[in-house]
Design a protein around this ligand. Sequence first.
Ligand SMILES: Cc1cc2nc3c(=O)[nH]c(=O)nc-3n(C[C@H](O)[C@H](O)[C@H](O)COP(=O)(O)OP(=O)(O)OC[C@H]3O[C@@H](n4cnc5c(N)ncnc54)[C@H](O)[C@@H]3O)c2cc1C
Length: 483
Amino acid sequence: MEAKKSYDIIVAGAGMAGNLAAAVAAKKGKSVLLLDRNDPENVGKKNNWGWTCGDAVAGSHLDYITSKTGISFSKPELDVKVEGVYALAPDLNSKFLFDGVGYVLDRPEFERKIRDVAIKSGAEYVTQFEIEGPVVENGKVCGIFGKDKDKNHVIYGAKVVIDALGISTVLRRRLPDNKFVDKNVDIDDVESTGRYIIEFELDHEDKRYYDPENALIHLNQEMAPGGYGWVFPKSGNKINVGLGVQKRSLDIRNKALNRNDTLQNLIDQYIAWLPIIKNKEYKIFNKDNNGKGIWSVAVRRQMESLVTDGYMGAGDSMVMPNPISAGGIGPAMVSGILAGENAVRAIEANDTSVNGLWQYNVDFNSEYGYKTAGLEVFRSYMQSLNNSTLNYGFKNFLSVKEANEIALGKMPELSLSSKFSMVLKGTMNINAFRELLYAVNKMKELNAIYLKYPETPDQFEQWRKKVNKSMEEAKERFKPNPI
Ligand SMILES: Cc1cc2nc3c(=O)[nH]c(=O)nc-3n(C[C@H](O)[C@H](O)[C@H](O)COP(=O)(O)OP(=O)(O)OC[C@H]3O[C@@H](n4cnc5c(N)ncnc54)[C@H](O)[C@@H]3O)c2cc1C
């Protein structure tokens, strides 16, 4: 079948990553086709439930987008400003500041705004188009195939395809066998998550459960095995409240407690646990039909290479969310911009092979990606601790500054002797602290490997071997142990 039309660049998926990739590339004068399965009103909607997300994003990410594109954000797309994100221990007796100033978005408004920027910049926007896979010639991606809104089979051609289809991407999964981009993701690196946006009446103030000025994360291996629960404030008397679990941790926890809990009833139990909701009564806030939903989020380092011949990936299609916070909005937007810029650069240099696209890997790595492998190790470490060790560790292992450094991907200097003033009680806690030292050293090792990200594709295989070896050692050491 002939291509219906050919473009310089096809951007597949008009979500956080895709809209910005299309905006940047079209503004630089390239012909850009932006494809999405939704109708225009629902642009960026992830699934039938809606835009399922916690919708919290760091202010620094928005500043980056503004500095790169000139887009500025305000109401209604920024629903509420938060001063910080706090992670609380299971017993709620200690907490760490996890991230600084940020915003909780009105996600549908945000997506419509960046989509409009893409269109104004010159991208052609085709809606209700279901992408089914890449068109490949001689191992190189040169277009996509799918069905238009009338269910006609259509092929579009392009010099570069940017995959911004999110975690369920059919493009990455159907790539030809290649040495650069993995097609599959390990189930242990995926969190099953769900959230409601609810309206409620405040029973009483208790900032351990709800804080109108801060986003709260509740670590608790019984309530959210291998993940966490969150309460993010929204405007008015509303919250975005949800929970994520690692399947393996949930299975272990259910077996140990002789329970049969699912993600769905864990979310309901979590909301029922929040004493700030008067009479445990709440209403789903269903603006844009976006009040309730379940979806997956990958919490590992991004794909080691984000490009292969004719193909680039951005956002969740490349498993970019932060491994410990699951924050994927920031990296999706950053990668969208960098993918758009680098697609243009490659086309102008007349080389859209893996060589010509490689600079995107280098740029994303130095802007954001260098820290994620280390954070993945820290995630595995946290998943290996039960509630009582988490409670103890929150209080005794790290200062607020050290915990904040880890969350930001910087490595604090830790040693047993530096903690000489700490009285470690019990073998379990001494072991857990030793394991923390191991995790921090592993994080340093992986950060050092990522600081030497290959400048060209020919060094990639050797480099990836080092990453995999280091990561496998860490994964072997830290096994999920929620109870
Ligand atoms: C429950 C939950 C809570 C989260 N909380 C947060 C949070 O608080 N903060 C944060 O930063 N991140 C959070 N994340 C992660 C964040 O939502 C994602 O990282 C982000 O949406 C990624 O954007 P994206 O553009 O890569 O992909 P997506 O937002 O998934 O967009 C992909 C687009 O492609 C379209 N598409 C997919 N397949 C096809 C196809 N075959 N044909 C045509 N179109 C298609 C989709 O419909 C959608 O429009 C959360 C995720 C979940 C699931």
